[in-house]
Design a protein around this ligand. Sequence first.
Ligand SMILES: *[C@@H]1O[C@H](CO)[C@@H](O)[C@H](O)[C@H]1NC(C)=O
Ligand SMILES: *[C@@H]1O[C@H](CO)[C@@H](O)[C@H](O)[C@H]1NC(C)=O
Ligand SMILES: *[C@@H]1O[C@H](CO)[C@@H](O)[C@H](O)[C@H]1NC(C)=O
Ligand SMILES: *[C@@H]1O[C@H](CO)[C@@H](O)[C@H](O)[C@H]1NC(C)=O
Ligand SMILES: *[C@@H]1O[C@H](CO)[C@@H](O)[C@H](O)[C@H]1NC(C)=O
Ligand SMILES: *[C@@H]1O[C@H](CO)[C@@H](O)[C@H](O)[C@H]1NC(C)=O
Length: 839
Amino acid sequence: MTAAAARGCGCALLLLFALALPGTGRAGAQRERGSLPRGASLAVEDHASDLLVSPDGAFACGFYAVSPTVFTFSVWFARSADRAVVWTAAASATARRAVHSQGSRLALDGRRGALVLTDYDGEVVWNSTAHDGAARARLRDTGNLAVEDARGAVLWQSFDHPTDTLLPAQRLGGAAGSGLVSTSRLLAAGHYGFRFSDYAMLSMVYDDGGEVSSIYWPNPYFSYWQNSRKIYNFSREAELDSSGHFLASDNATFDAADLGGAGVRRRLTLDTDGNLRLYSLDAGDQTWTVSWMAFSNPCIIHGVCGINALCLYTPSPACVCAPGHERADRSDWSRGCRPTFSNSTGGRDEKVKFVALPHTDFWGFDLNNSEFLSLDACEEQCTGEPSCVVFQYKQGKGECYPKSLMFNGRTFPGLPGTAYLKVPADFNVPELHVHQWQTDDGLAIQEDIAGCDAAAPEVVMLNVSSTAKMSSNQGKSLWFYFYGFLSAFFVIEVFVIAFGCWLFSKKGILSRPSELLAVEEGYRMITSHFRAYSYSELQSATRKFRTEIGHGGSGTVYKGVLDDDRTVAVKVLQDVSQSEEVFQAELSAIGRIYHMNLVRMWGFCSEGAHRILVYEYVHNGSLANVLFQSTGNSGRLLGWKQRFNIAVGVAKGLAYLHNECLEWIIHCDMKPENILLDDEMEPKITDFGLAKLLNRDGSDSGLSRIRGTRGYMAPEWVSSLPITEKVDVYSYGVVLLELMKGQRVSDWVVDGKEGLETDVRTVVKMIVDRSKRGDGGWVADLVDERLDGEFNHAQAKIFAQLAVSCLEEDRNKRPGMKNVVQTLISTDDESRDNEYPEI
Ligand SMILES: *[C@@H]1O[C@H](CO)[C@@H](O)[C@H](O)[C@H]1NC(C)=O
Ligand SMILES: *[C@@H]1O[C@H](CO)[C@@H](O)[C@H](O)[C@H]1NC(C)=O
Ligand SMILES: *[C@@H]1O[C@H](CO)[C@@H](O)[C@H](O)[C@H]1NC(C)=O
Ligand SMILES: *[C@@H]1O[C@H](CO)[C@@H](O)[C@H](O)[C@H]1NC(C)=O
Ligand SMILES: *[C@@H]1O[C@H](CO)[C@@H](O)[C@H](O)[C@H]1NC(C)=O
Ligand SMILES: *[C@@H]1O[C@H](CO)[C@@H](O)[C@H](O)[C@H]1NC(C)=O
C-alpha cells in the first residue's frame, strides 16, 4: 500500500479493508485463473486480483464487493460498466447471505469435491453438491460456473441454480424446477418470483413469504388461452437463445427488440421492482439497454405499494395512501398504509358510507363475486358484511366484488370499474389538492396538505397547479384525462379523493417528491430499531434544525424529539461523497453495532444530497466539556472513580470496535469531544464508523485529507505507514493523560510551542525520566490538582504507564485495546481494599 493511499483512505476504512485492496498497491499481482483446481481456494482479501475468468474474458467469478465490508461470491459480466451480477452463491433462491470482507474463502474442497463458501468465522455459508470425481471448477464462456471431472464432464453447474438472471443457453425450470427470484437492494432475496406454476404455466409471482402470494403475469384477469398459453406440459422448460428469442414449454414467448443481432450479450433479469427485463449489452460503451420488458405500466405489478395504498401511474409510478389512510412506515412503501379511522366499521349497527375511487381496482381478496347487481345492491352486500373493507363495481355487466383487504391497488385512466371504500359515516375524508410539477427526477407528484383539517367539502377539489410543466406530451394527456374524469365522476355520498392527505398532515410538505416513488423501495428496516428516516421527519423532529448541540469537522449535531418521544441527536454530515446505496450498506453495518460504551445509532436519512445520522441522545454532553470546563460554579468536577470508570468504558468500547464486533472499525478520531457521558457518567464513544462514510478519495491525498484531530493523531498519519487500529490506541493514550490531569496536553506543557505532536512527546519523556529517577512525587504531579489529592495512587500509576505505552512511536509496541481493558480492570480489583494509599 502506498503512502498516499494509506493516508487517503486510511482511517476511512475498516482496518482490514485497507489490507484487502492489494490490487491498488501491488502492481502486477493480478491473477486471472482459468480454473480452480481441487483443493485450491479464493480469498476475499484478494478479491480485486484473484478471479476466475471465462476463456473469452466476458465473465468473471469471485468475491464481489457489495460495499467495502460486504461481499458475495458471484459471477458477473466482467466488461459491463456496472459489473452486472448474473449469479450469486446462495443456499436457496430465497436464502442469500453475504460474507465479511475479511477471512471469507471459496474453496473447491479437496476432501469432498464440492465448492464451499465460508465466512470470516469459518461458518459454511453455502456449498455445492459433493462429487468424488470433481477435478476443478471452471467458468465457461456462457457465464456458467461448472464443477468438472478430469475429462471435462459437468458435475455441478451454477446454471441449475439461478438467482435473478437467466442467460442465453441457460435453461429455466427443468427437473429441479428452478426459477428466478428478484434481489432487494441490500442483495437479499426480494418478493418477486419468475417460475412455473402448479399448472406448469410460466408466471411472475408476488410472494411476501407468508400470507400473500399472487400471480401478476401473465394477465391474471385472463384465462390461460386468452393469454396464448398451454397448461399441463410438465416438461417445464424455458430458454432464451442468443438471438434474443424466448420460448417456454407453455408457449410463453417474446422477442428482443434487437432480435438476431449477432454476438450481442444478453441477460433476462427479474429486477428489484418485480418487472422482468431483457437487456442487451452495448458493445461500445458497455452499458445495458432494455430490449424487452414485461410491463410498461409498473402499477400492474403486485405488491408495489403495500396494503391500503394505490399505485398511481402518472406515467411514472407513485404510491399514495387510500383516502383516510396514512403511511404505516414512512420509509417503506411495502408496509403500506393504516386507517386513520377506527376500523370497527363492520358491525351492522354502525353507520358507514363509501368513498368512490373511479378507475381504481384492488386486485385479489374477493369475498365472492356476483354479476348483474345494481350498485345499491352491491353496496348493501359490503355494508352487511363485516369483513368487507372495499368493493369494486363495474357498471356494464353489474359486476360486484366485495373485498376483505385493499392490496395491489392501482388507479389509472382507462382502468374499468370504480372502487368504493368503506369508512364510518361520521368520518370526514379530508380534502386534498394534488399538485404536480417538473423536477430533476422527472415528473413527480406531491400532495398538498391544504385543507386537511377543514370540514369535508361537498365537491371534489383536485387542483392542477397552473404552472405545472409536463415532461412529455403523453404525460400531459394522461394527466388531463386523469383530472378530467376525476372531476366528473359519480359518487354515492359526495366526498373527496384524498390521496394520502394525512400522510403529511403532521409533518409538513414532502421535501422531495420522489419519496413517493414506489420504485425507490430500497429503504427498509435493517434491524428492528435501525431504520431510514425521511428528511421531513427529521426536519420536524428537530423543529427545522433549531437546537444545535455540537459542531465538528464531520458535521453539525442538533437535538430532536422523534414521534415516539425518543430524544435524539441528529447529525447532519458534510462532505459525504458516497452514493446512496453504499452509504446505506455501510450504515447497515454500523447500525448493527451495539455496545454500552458506544453511542447507539437509531437510523439515518439519505435523500438527495442529505446524509444525516440519528443517534441516541446522551445527556451529560462530552467529556471535553466536563473535563476542561472551569468548574467554578457548576460543581461537575469528575472524581477519580468516575475518571477511572470513564477510562475503562472507553477502552471497552474501542476494544469492541477493534476486536469483537464483526466490522473491525477503526475510530480514527478519538478525543474527549467524541466521548459522551450519560446520566450515570458512563462513557459512550460517538462518531465511530464515521470515518468510512466521509470523503475518502485517495487520489490526491494531502495532509488536509487526514481524518482525526491534531494533538491526538498517531505519528503514522504523517509517515507512510498503513493505518491500523493502533492509531486509536495512540489517541487513547492522549485521552488517558488528559483524563488524569484534567487539562489538554497542549495546555499542560508550558513551553509547548513546537506543535502538538511534540507536546505529547515532551510529556511522555518527562514521565519516563521522572519515573526512572524514582522521583517520589511524579505520579501525583500528573493528577488533576482540583482533586486535592483524592485519587487512587496505584491506579494513577497504571494510567501513566499505560499512557506511555499507548503513545509509543512504534505502533507495534503499543498494546491492543483488549490488553488495556485487562490491565485497567486488574488494578481495580487490586486496589479495592486500599482506596487511598500514601501519596
Ligand atoms: C452442503 O449442501 C447440501 C445440499 O446441497 C446440504 O444438504 C448440506 O447440508 C450442505 N453442507 C453444509 C456443511 O452446508
Ligand atoms: C402460442 O403462442 C403464439 C404466439 O403468442 C400463438 O399464436 C399461438 O396460438 C399459441 N399456441 C397455443 C397453443 O396457445
Ligand atoms: C412440451 O414442451 C416441450 C418444449 O419444452 C415440447 O418439446 C413438447 O412437445 C411439449 N409437449 C407437449 C405434449 O406439448
Ligand atoms: C382493527 O385494528 C386492530 C388493530 O389496529 C386489529 O387488531 C384488528 O384485527 C382490526 N379489525 C379488523 C376487523 O380489521
Ligand atoms: C356474496 O356475499 C354476500 C354477503 O356475504 C351475500 O349476500 C351474497 O349472496 C354472496 N353472493 C354470492 C354469489 O355468493
Ligand atoms: C389552484 O391552486 C392555486 C394555488 O395552489 C390557486 O391559486 C388556484 O386558484 C387554484 N385553482 C383552482 C381552479 O382552484
